[in-house]
Design a binder for this molecule. Structure first.
Ligand code: PLP
Length: 374
């Protein structure tokens, strides 16, 4: 059974069923182009993260505008991207467990599919899986440059792991993964820049150690929507992995730009389209989107269409909006847009992205890798 799309090509926005995930195509295309233009002429490649959209149609558009390929976080995402015609995929994550490693190795028979490692035993397992598939898997050693997630410490530990990878028959040492995820949402511009300066220093030191061993890095990857311009300027990173820039979200919208104003290089293209299902009080509107229609890990969605209103509470299927003044609008049945607090986990709740231009549905894209967790 497939979930029915909330709209069809040619429908008016007002007729899109709710809750739905809608994208303003003009804004979305501006965001795509803005990133491509900002990196044009620089000695680095763009490898956008597809965990934000999980949609091969969007990945193909990114590649058409110059991206070398995409990042994925899961093997099942990578399978869907390769199936969707993307020939160059980096799984920017550690993959553990034989079934997944076998699938990853197998995928390398159809496309370039790299992966990250931070553990010697995992390298042995990966080598065995690659041998079984008769494939050669490109491998990046992940270093922890402040993300406090996966990754070996920069320096000697990374060099040792790279040596191990390089010594394997069915693995190819392809470089370093040095993503500073915690820096993305540091609000102050200078503070964000300093976090990336520190990450770059650690990455550079590791590169020096690798060079002494004769180990060269084709890829030095990292960078997200909040910091990509800093990594781009280092001369150390040569592949950038921003994901959220295509949509933006309320949380990214709270970052500050160099001039101290809100970061608005990329615009909000993604909305949750909702219907007002009740007006129980003069200062309250209840919409038909709740915890099953948006993520709240980075705060509640913001209300796009009504000034001075906030979505303060959510239950499974309801969102409660407080209106600052008691007002007539919106009425039951009216449709209003929300900006998601965090785009990635919100997109993962939907089967379809409804694309709007000039108030009309132009396309409906499947979120093919929705729920791809394996
Ligand atoms: C490894 C990696 N690279 C890039 C990104 C993209 O970050 P953003 O969506 O903030 O641009 C992420 C996001 O979590 C990530 O985990």
């Amino acid at each position: 059974v497939t979930i029915r799309p909330p709209a069809a090509t040619g429908d008016r926005l007002a007729d899109v069923d709710t809750p739905a995930l809608i994208v303003d195509l003009d804004i979305f295309e501006r965001n795509l182009k803005c990133m491509a233009d900002n990196l044009a002429g620089k000695p680095l490649r763009l490898r956008p993260h597809s965990k934000s959209h999980k949609c091969p149609e969007i990945a193909r558009r990114q590649v058409a505008l110059g991206a070398v390929g995409v990042c994925c976080q899961k093997v099942s995402e990578a399978e869907i991207m390769v199936e969707g015609g993307i020939e160059n995929v980096l799984v920017s994550n550690e993959i553990v467990g034989l079934p997944k490693l076998d699938r990853l190795a197998d995928l390398n028979r159809r496309a370039w599919v790299g992966v990250c490692v931070d553990d010697a035993g995992n390298v042995d397992d990966l080598e065995a899986a690659a041998a079984r598939a008769d494939a050669v898997v490109p491998v990046l050693v992940e270093i922890d440059v402040g993300c406090l997630r996966c990754g070996v410490p920069p320096g000697e530990a990374a060099v040792e792991l790279a040596r191990q990878v390089a010594g394997k028959d069915h693995l190819r040492f392809a470089g370093l993964q040095a993503y500073q995820g915690r820096a993305q949402h540091i609000r102050g511009f200078q503070d964000r820049e300093e976090a990336i300066d520190q990450a770059t220093l650690l990455t550079r030191q590791t590169l020096d150690g690798l060079a002494k061993e004769g180990l060269t890095c084709d890829i030095v990857g990292g960078g997200g929507s909040g910091t990509y311009q800093f990594e781009a300027a280092t001369g150390v990173y040569n592949e950038l992995q921003p994901g959220s820039y295509i949509f933006m979200d309320a949380d990214y919208g709270r970052n500050l730009a160099k001039n101290g104003e809100l970061f608005r290089e990329f615009e909000f293209s993604l909305h949750i389209y909702t219907t007002v299902m009740s007006r129980p009080m003069p200062d309250r509107a209840i919409v038909d989107a709740g915890l099953k229609a948006f993520s709240v890990d980075s705060g509640m969605p913001t209300v796009f269409d009504i000034e001075d209103a906030s979505l303060d509470r959510a239950s499974d299927e309801h969102g409660s909006i407080t209106l600052r003044q008691s007002i007539e609008q919106p009425k039951v049945g009216d449709k209003i847009r929300l900006i998601p607090g965090h785009c990635d986990p919100t997109v993962n709740l939907y089967d379809w992205i409804v694309c709007i231009r000039n108030g009309v549905v132009e396309e409906v894209w499947p979120v093919s890798a929705r729920g791809a967790l394996l």
